[in-house]
Design a protein around this ligand. Structure first.
Ligand SMILES: Cc1cc2nc3c(=O)[nH]c(=O)nc-3n(C[C@H](O)[C@H](O)[C@H](O)COP(=O)(O)OP(=O)(O)OC[C@H]3O[C@@H](n4cnc5c(N)ncnc54)[C@H](O)[C@@H]3O)c2cc1C
Ligand SMILES: NC(=O)c1ccc[n+]([C@@H]2O[C@H](COP(=O)([O-])OP(=O)(O)OC[C@H]3O[C@@H](n4cnc5c(N)ncnc54)[C@H](OP(=O)(O)O)[C@@H]3O)[C@@H](O)[C@H]2O)c1
Length: 544
C-alpha cells in the first residue's frame, strides 16, 4: 500500500472515496477501500471515536443480544483468534474496547475525522464527484460515497408537549452521557419497553429510589442467561473460528446456530412444551429457532407466544402487573424479540411499578413529571426515553442527499424507501449504502450482513476501476422489482402483523408505513448478490 493512499486528505483535492460512519460498517469499508484497493479514503464520523451504536448506547444494561462469538468481524480468522470475549453476551464497554482494538490493529483511526457530522451530499455530474458538507463548514469531494451511518443511529425522542418545561433531567438511551447517570435516591421514569427498555429497567431499578416503567406495547422477552465464558469455550472458539464463520454465513439470520426443522404444529403438545422449556433455560435468541414455522404460521406462533405469556404470569407476583405485561398483542418475534437479564423479575421489587400508557396515554410532561390523559401525575426527577430510533431511513435522510439534477433522496423516498438490493438508488450514481433498507440488515446478526455489503461495494468499485468505468447506478425499473421482492418476502412471514413495529416505520409519527428490511433470509440474499456480481452487476448500469 502506498503512503499517500493511507493518508487522511482534506481541502479541495478530490478523494477516491468518502465513508460516513465509524461503526462496524464504516470501519471495515474504509479499511477495505484503502488497504484492499489502495484508494484515497476519508472517513467522517459524528461521534468522538469509533464504535457506532456502542459509542452512543451506553445506557445501564446495554449489552449485545448476539452471542459474543458471533458479534465480531469474521473477514479474517486472525482477528477472531486474537480477541477473547469475557461473557456470553458482551456489554457495551467490551464491544467499544473490541472495536478500538480492531481500529488500532487496522490503523484506521487516522483516516477518520471524528466529531464531524455530514449535513449534505450533492452529486456534481459535470465532475462526476460527490460534494460532501460537514457541520464544521468543510466541503470534501470524492468519486464514491459510501454511507455506513447505521440502521439505528437516529434517536427518536417523542414530541410530548412540555418536555422543555421539565425541571428534572431527561436522557435518550441512544445518546447516553459518557460520564453516566446517577439514579441514587431518584424518582425515575422509563418510557419504552423494547429491547433497550427491557435491558435498562432491571439495572436502573437497582439504584433508583423508585422506577416507573411506562408501557405502551407489552413485549415478549426470553432470558439471556448471560454468564462468563469458560476457558474451554474460548478455546473452542479459537480452534473453530473458520467453522463458526461458515455457519454464520450460511444461516438465515447470520447466527452461528441453525433454526430447527421441526414444525411446532406437528409436534405433540407435551414434547412442544418440553422443547420450549429447554430453549427457555438455554436462553437467548435461539428461542426463536425452536420450531421452523414460528414466523410463518400464526397458529404455530401462538404456541410460543402462550408459553412466554405463561412464564410472565408465573414470574410476576402481582396479578394485575403480570396481566399487563402478558397482554401482548402481536405474534412472537414479529417485532425484534428482546432477551433479558431479570426484566420480569424487576416488577417484583418494591421500588418498581408499571403504568399502562396504551389505554391511558402520556398527555404532557410537566415541570414536575409526567401527566397522563386521566389527569394522574407522576412526580419525577429523571425521565429515560427508551423510545427507539427513526430506524433505517432516518440516518440516511438526515444526510440531505441530492443526486442527478438536484434530485432529493427525500423526494424519491417520500412514500417509503425504494432502492435496489438495499445498496443503490436510481439517480444517485456511485452512492452506496451499507445495510440500507431493502437488505437483510436488522433481521440478521448485523456484522454478517455488514461484511457482505462492504465486500460487495468494494468488489463493485474494484470492477469499475479495472474496467475503466466511471459510474455505477441502478434504474427505476430495478428498484421497482426489488421493492416488490422486499414486500413479497415480508408478506410471506408474520412480521408485518406487528403493526406498531419500527420495521414498518410505525414508531415515528408521519413516517410512511413500509416494511423496510429484506426478510428473505441472509443466505438467500447473499446468493442474489453473488449472481448479480457474476452477471456483470446485473441491475446496475455501468458507464465509461
Ligand atoms: C442498543 C443496541 C443494541 C444492539 N444489539 C445488537 C445485537 O445484539 N446484534 C446485532 O446484530 N445488532 C445489534 N444492534 C444493531 C447495531 O446497530 C449493529 O449491530 C451494528 O453496530 C451497526 O453497525 P453500523 O456501523 O452499521 O452502524 P452504527 O454502529 O450505528 O454506526 C453508524 C455511525 O455513523 C455515524 N453517523 C450517522 N450519521 C452520520 C452523519 N450524518 N455524519 C457523520 N456520522 C454519522 C454515527 O454516529 C455512528 O457512529 C444493536 C443496536 C442497538 C441500538
Ligand atoms: N442487545 C440488543 O440486541 C439490543 C438492545 C437494544 C436495542 N437493540 C436494537 O435496537 C432496536 C430498537 O430497540 P429500542 O428498544 O431502543 O426501541 P423500540 O424497539 O422501538 O422500542 C421503543 C419503545 O418505546 C415505546 N415508545 C415509543 N414512543 C413512545 C411514546 N410516545 N409513548 C410511549 N411509549 C413510546 C415503544 O412503544 P410501541 O411499541 O408502542 O411503539 C417501545 O416500547 C431493537 O429492536 C434492536 O434491533 C438491540
Amino acid at each position: 500500500m502506498t503512503e499517500h493512499a493511507r493518508t487522511s486528505v482534506s481541502g479541495t483535492e478530490v478523494l477516491d472515496a468518502i465513508v460516513i460512519g465509524a461503526g462496524f460498517a464504516g470501519m471495515y469499508q474504509l479499511y477495505r477501500l484503502r488497504d484492499g484497493l489502495g484508494l484515497k479514503v476519508q472517513g467522517l464520523e459524528a461521534g468522538g471515536g469509533v464504535g457506532g451504536t456502542w459509542y452512543w448506547n451506553r445506557y445501564p444494561g446495554a449489552r449485545c443480544d448476539t452471542e459474543s462469538h458471533a458479534y465480531w468481524y469474521t473477514f479474517t480468522t486472525d482477528l477472531m483468534k486474537e480477541w477473547q470475549w469475557s461473557e456470553r453476551y458482551p456489554g457495551h464497554v467490551e464491544i467499544v474496547r473490541y472495536l478500538n482494538f480492531v481500529a488500532d490493529k487496522l490503523d484506521i483511526k487516522r483516516c477518520f475525522r471524528f466529531n464531524t457530522r455530514v449535513v449534505g451530499a450533492t452529486y456534481d455530474a459535470a465532475a462526476n464527484v460527490w460534494r460532501v458538507r460537514t457541520d464544521n463548514g468543510d466541503e470534501l469531494s470524492a468519486t464514491y460515497l459510501v454511507t455506513a451511518v447505521g440502521c439505528l443511529s437516529t434517536a427518536n425522542v417523542p414530541k410530548i408537549p412540555g418536555l422543555e418545561s421539565f425541571k428534572g433531567k431527561w436522557f435518550h438511551t441512544g445518546q447516553w452521557p459518557h460520564e453516566g447517570v446517577d439514579f441514587t435516591g431518584k424518582r425515575v421514569a422509563q418510557i419504552g419497553t423494547g429491547s433497550t427498555g427491557i435491558q435498562s429497567a432491571p439495572v436502573i431499578a437497582e439504584t433508583a429510589a423508585h422506577l416507573t416503567v411506562f408501557q405502551r406495547t407489552a413485549n415478549y422477552s426470553v432470558p439471556a442467561s448471560n454468564a462468563p465464558l469458560s476457558d474451554s469455550f474460548r478455546e473452542y472458539v479459537k480452534n473453530n473460528a473458520e467453522l463458526i464463520r461458515q455457519n454464520m454465513r450460511a444461516s438465515a439470520n447470520g447466527q452461528p446456530f441453525f433454526n430447527s426443522d421441526r414444525l411446532a404444529l406437528e409436534t405433540p403438545e407435551e414434547d412442544r412444551q418440553a422443547l420450549y422449556e429447554v430453549a427457555w433455560r438455554r436462553g437467548g435468541l435461539q428461542f426463536r429457532g425452536t420450531f421452523q414455522d414460528l414466523l410463518a404460521n400464526k397458529a404455530a406462533n401462538d404456541t410460543a407466544a402462550e408459553f412466554i405469556k405463561n412464564k410472565i404470569r408465573a414470574i410476576v407476583k402481582d396479578p394485575k402487573t403480570a396481566e399487563l405485561l402478558a397482554d401482548i398483542d402481536h405474534p412472537y418475534a414479529a417485532k425484534r424479540p428482546p432477551i433479558d437479564s431479570g426484566y420480569f423479575e424487576t416488577f417484583n421489587r418494591d421500588n418498581v411499578s408499571l403504568v399502562d400508557v396504551r389505554n391511558n396515554p402520556i398527555e404532557a410532561i410537566t415541570p414536575d413529571g409526567i401527566r397522563l390523559r386521566d389527569g394522574t401525575e407522576h412526580k419525577l426527577d429523571i425521565i429515560v426515553f427508551a423510545t427507539g430510533f427513526d430506524a433505517m431511513t432516518g440516518p440516511l435522510l438526515r444526510l440531505n442527499i441530492r443526486g442527478r439534477d438536484g434530485l432529493e433522496l427525500a423526494k424519491v423516498w417520500e412514500g417509503g424507501p425504494r432502492n435496489y438490493l438495499g445498496l443503490q438508488v436510481a439517480g444517485f450514481p456511485n452512492l452506496f449504502t451499507v445495510t440500507g433498507p431493502g437488505s437483510p440488515s436488522v433481521l440478521c446478526n448485523m456484522p454478517v450482513c455488514i461484511e457482505q455489503h462492504v465486500e460487495f461495494i468494494a468488489d463493485a468499485i474494484a470492477h469499475m476501476r479495472k474496467n475503466g468505468l466511471k459510474t455505477m447506478e441502478t434504474t427505476e425499473a430495478e428498484m421497482e422489482k426489488w421493492v416488490a421482492e422486499v414486500n413479497r418476502a415480508a408478506n410471506a412471514t408474520l412480521l408485518p402483523q406487528a403493526t406498531h413495529s419500527w420495521y414498518l416505520g410505525a414508531n415515528v409519527p408521519g413516517k410512511p408505513r413500509v416494511f423496510m428490511p429484506y426478510a428473505g433470509g441472509m443466505q438467500n440474499y447473499r446468493k442474489i448478490c453473488e449472481n448479480v456480481a457474476a452477471n456483470n452487476y446485473q441491475g446496475f448500469v455501468l458507464s465509461a
